[in-house]
Design a binder for this molecule. Structure first.
Ligand code: FES
Length: 175
């Protein structure tokens, strides 16, 4: 660093080239800091915002090998649904009645009666679903045979992925 003795006051004055270099370093440091801050902000923003835009493929639940469901005999399958809603992951235990006539096409029923939500059961002797609460009866297709329910059993969407039966446990009303 070049400094000159000021003749009048005895203090040291800075050379013009020192001021230029110092100013350059200050500005360069500030610019670098701004770039780093912007990069960190973008990363952090992406971390917090991206879950809100993620696809909901995880909503599908694997119920097992499709070939293991017995044709003509409804099976009550219990499952755990993990749901990620933006930043919160929750778990819910539920079940579905799975029906197949040929081992290829599947129907999955919401296990709650469409009258007041009681769990119903399969009566193999009568080949009917029976709700014990108010004696409702549904056939294998979920249609109301007798009793107070206002509509057939609600269904879940199904699909086969590989050789696995998948359901989307969000009940859909059948008119
Ligand atoms: S809740 Fe099933 S018949 Fe009423």
């Amino acid at each position: 660093m070049s400094e000159k003795e000021d003749a009048g006051c005895g203090c040291k004055a800075k050379a013009p080239e020192d001021i230029g270099r110092r100013d350059f370093l200050t500005r360069a440091t500030a610019a670098l800091g701004a770039v780093i801050a912007a990069a960190l902000s973008a990363t952090g923003l992406g971390y917090f915002v991206s879950p809100a835009f993620q696809r909901r493929d995880e909503d599908w639940v694997d119920l097992g090998r499709a070939g293991e469901f017995k044709a003509g005999a409804p099976s009550l399958v219990e499952f755990t649904q993990r749901r990620r809603d933006a930043w919160v992951t929750s778990e819910r235990r539920s079940s579905a009645w799975v029906v197949t006539a040929d081992g290829k096409n599947f129907t999955a029923f919401d296990p709650r009666c469409t009258h007041l939500g009681c769990p119903y059961r399969w009566d193999s002797g009568a080949s009917r679903f029976v709700c014990p609460c108010h004696t409702a009866v549904f056939d294998l297709d979920g249609k109301v045979v007798s009793g107070p329910p206002p509509r057939p059993l609600d269904q879940y969407q199904t699909k086969i992925a590989g050789n696995r039966l998948m359901i989307l446990p969000k009940a859909e009303e059948k008119a």
